[in-house]
Design a protein around this ligand. Structure first.
Ligand code: ZN
Length: 151
């Protein structure tokens, strides 16, 4: 199997069976990010255990293309249980991956996104969830307090 076919399979698997896809997260922070160019709309909900600095729980909802949904599924799977700082480090690595740089460490399923770097219009789709995570962890833009927007 060609590497690109394998990557395609991994992306489709996350799209069809998204991990941590849920409207409900009891506690935590919600961030909404949109990609108007493609019509992607994403809500990422993150519960950081403030005492330990770990991502205790994370889920996402919304709708969009296969790349944006698969990317959100991958991110929730990759960072759940990690320290906040480690999660931010991974999000920076994904940005570099999207600039076409080879990953310096094994990123698991996330590496399947590297083919997207060849299609600039889709890069924003792939990065939507990663930007949302960064904003959720650093109190950046996209925070929403409105319950109807996030639940
Ligand atoms: Zn998209």
């Amino acid at each position: 199997m060609e590497l690109e076919d394998l990557y395609q399979e991994i992306i489709l698997d996350h799209y069809r069976s998204p991990r941590n896809h849920s409207d409900v997260l009891d506690r935590g922070k919600c961030v909404k990010h949109e990609n108007p160019l493609c019509g992607d709309e994403l809500y990422l909900k993150v519960d950081v255990d403030e005492a330990g600095g770990k991502i205790a729980n994370i889920c996402f909802s919304g709708h969009g293309c296969s790349i944006s949904q698969a990317s959100a599924s991958m991110i929730t799977e990759a960072v759940k249980g990690l320290d906040k700082d480690k999660a931010l480090e991974i999000s920076e690595k994904v940005r570099r991956l999207m600039r076409g740089e080879a990953p310096a460490e094994n990123l698991g399923d996330i590496e399947a996104l590297q083919g997207v770097s060849k299609f600039p219009v889709r890069v924003k789709c792939a990065l939507l969830a990663w930007m949302a995570l960064r904003d959720a962890l650093t109190n950046g833009k996209g925070q929403t307090e409105k319950k109807d927007e996030c639940n």
